[in-house]
Design a protein around this ligand. Structure first.
Ligand code: GNR
Ligand code: NI
Length: 171
């Protein structure tokens, strides 16, 4: 098991379109384990493969509460089949945009189809933080970040701050 370094804004890698996973083989299972370990170490409640530099349609999620047992989930090639008209707002953060949080409104419920590590297709309707997290992660697979859902003024401020920070770090 390996903790992988996270890709941070404004790295253009975060804007790539991720590619479908063709077969569930040992390499895919090992990579899923590495992603889970990286997510728990961060810590975060979700992680998309592109956040560790792999443009693959894989995401991991664990929305269990601290006092509960761990509930690691792996979604391969997830697709949103439908969304509710009802919306919900959560304060979102992203491991690729450390220490920045903003409220984002999204559909309150989503039905997703995905390939599991068992090699089978699954369908599931999610609500609450799982619905929000699935949408946040599926956005990553399409090169979309949660700051794309806030005002341009706020987004420009965040991108500018992280661009300056990246310049300082590499200088
Ligand atoms: O750890 C995370 N927390 C979070 C909180 C609210 C909405 C979405 C998230 S996902 C985020 C981890 C991450 O960046 N996943 O891509
Ligand atoms: Ni994120």
């Amino acid at each position: 098991m390996t903790i992988k370094p996270l890709i941070i804004l404004p790295d253009p890698v975060l804007r790539l379109q991720s590619k479908p996973i063709e077969t569930v083989d040992q390499a895919v299972r090992t990579f899923a384990d590495d992603m889970l370990e990286t997510m728990y170490d961060a810590p975060g409640i979700g992680l998309a493969a592109i956040q560790v530099g792999e443009p693959l349609r894989m995401l991991v999620i664990d929305v269990s509460k601290e006092e509960e047992e761990k509930a690691p989930r792996v979604f391969l090639n997830p697709e949103i089949l439908s969304t509710s008209d009802a919306r919900s707002t959560y304060e979102e953060g992203c491991l690729s945009i450390p220490d920045y949080y903003a409220e984002v409104e999204r559909p309150a419920e989503v039905t997703v189809r995905y390939l599991g590590l068992d090699g089978q297709m699954h369908e599931e309707t999610a609500d609450g933080i799982l619905a929000t997290c699935l949408q946040h992660e599926i956005d990553h697979l399409n090169g979309v970040l949660f700051i794309d859902h806030i005002s341009k003024l706020k987004r420009d401020m965040v991108v500018k701050k992280f661009t300056k920070q990246a310049r300082r770090v590499s200088a």
